[in-house]
Design a protein around this ligand. Structure first.
Ligand code: ADP
Ligand code: ADP
Length: 225
């Protein structure tokens, strides 16, 4: 049974079609990489799934429920972008708490959650820092905590490691995989780095020109002779 189903999704900007009749079925708890050249539509797909774009046609179904026209808030799908996209005038704590404050959650409950997720990304003690006082890797860990503090079942990662240097990239990759397994999230991870996709995913979808060209396990796609 698939957890996330995309059926025949078409998505365009003005009159330019980026995705045409795209379909994918993802099982619950899997780590999927979307691999493909710049401009092929990977970000567009993630933005449709989390509700930042409205589908032209087709369906997005999560756990049997059609969410195609659901608001971003109601979908509760976590998202991390390549550029950390933190609020520069808010502390680490406020950045992570932001999505909780718009709901009616008690302050002490919010505090408990923020500190728990801060600990999960190994940033204890950094709650009063501002984003520009943190390294790139640390900022991206804040972005990750902010994306998961609402306990989404689906996490979308749009080249979250691309702006970081190699050593930090590998470490953060490990952290992302760890969190995915611990919190049992279904993850779609966009990258243009084949080695990264092989290292991190259960399944790889290769995308080109708004279409999936191949999909398989990393072993079957790249590692078997
Ligand atoms: P990828 O994530 O694979 O690099 P994108 O989904 O960002 O690809 O972009 C797919 C295509 O859509 C590209 O041709 C890009 O120029 C175009 N595109 C992306 N965002 C917009 C936008 N806001 N308005 C118009 N065209 C866009
Ligand atoms: P920076 O971007 O500031 O260099 P790093 O990502 O290199 O930050 O990590 C800083 C600290 O965070 C490390 O000293 C390490 O203890 C902790 N850390 C990073 N990744 C992990 C991980 N996957 N598991 C546990 N701790 C980690």
């Amino acid at each position: 049974m698939s957890y996330l189903e995309i059926q025949d999704l078409t998505q365009s900007y003005q009159n330019i079609h980026v995705l045409e009749h795209l379909s994918i079925n993802v099982e619950e708890g899997k780590f999927i990489s979307l691999l493909g050249p710049s401009g092929c539509g990977k970000s567009t797909l993630l933005r449709s799934i989390c509700g930042l774009l409205r589908a032209d046609s087709g369906k997005i179904i999560v756990d049997g429920k059609d969410i195609t026209y659901e608001s971003v808030q109601k979908r509760n799908i976590g998202m991390v972008f390549q550029s950390y996209a933190l609020f520069p005038n808010m502390t680490v704590y406020e950045n992570i708490a932001f999505g909780l404050k718009v709901q009616k959650i008690k302050p002490d409950e919010i505090k408990k959650k923020v500190l728990y997720y801060l600990d999960l990304v190994s940033l204890n003690g950094k709650e009063n820092r501002y984003p520009n006082e943190l390294s790139g890797g640390q900022q991206q860990r804040v972005a990750l905590a902010r994306a998961i503090v609402n306990q989404p079942k689906i996490l979308l990662l749009d080249e979250p490691l691309s702006a970081l240097d190699a050593q930090i990239r590998r470490r953060l990759r490990g952290l992302i995989r760890e969190l995915q397994q611990k919190l049992k999230m279904t993850v779609l991870f966009v990258t243009h780095d084949q080695e990264e996709a092989i290292a991190i995913s259960d399944y790889i979808y290769v995308m080109n020109n708004g279409k999936f060209e191949q999909s398989d396990t990393p072993e079957d796609l790249y590692l078997r002779p």
